[in-house]
Design a protein around this ligand. Structure first.
Ligand code: FES
Length: 73
């Protein structure tokens, strides 16, 4: 699935890389809980555009199966 995001000039945007966010494709800080419980080291991807821009994001890490496993943690 692709997500289109409008990014504003000079505003930091955190993109989820773990696949557990409930606000895809944005990071919702889920790794704080997951990393503590599971001993993982998930981090978001931080983007600061130099001008206003719309981008499409997709990742193989974003799937329903992974979200379900987080719901049970
Ligand atoms: S929620 Fe996935 S990296 Fe933040």
């Amino acid at each position: 699935m692709d997500y289109k995001v409008f990014l504003r000039k000079k505003e930091i945007c955190k993109i989820c890389t773990c696949g557990f966010s409930k606000k895809m494709p944005l990071c919702d800080e889920s790794p704080r809980v997951i990393n503590e419980k599971e001993g993982t080291n998930y981090k978001s991807l931080k983007i600061t555009p130099e001008e206003d821009v719309s981008l499409n994001f997709s990742s193989g890490a974003w799937n329903d199966e992974q979200k379900k496993s987080f719901d049970s943690i």
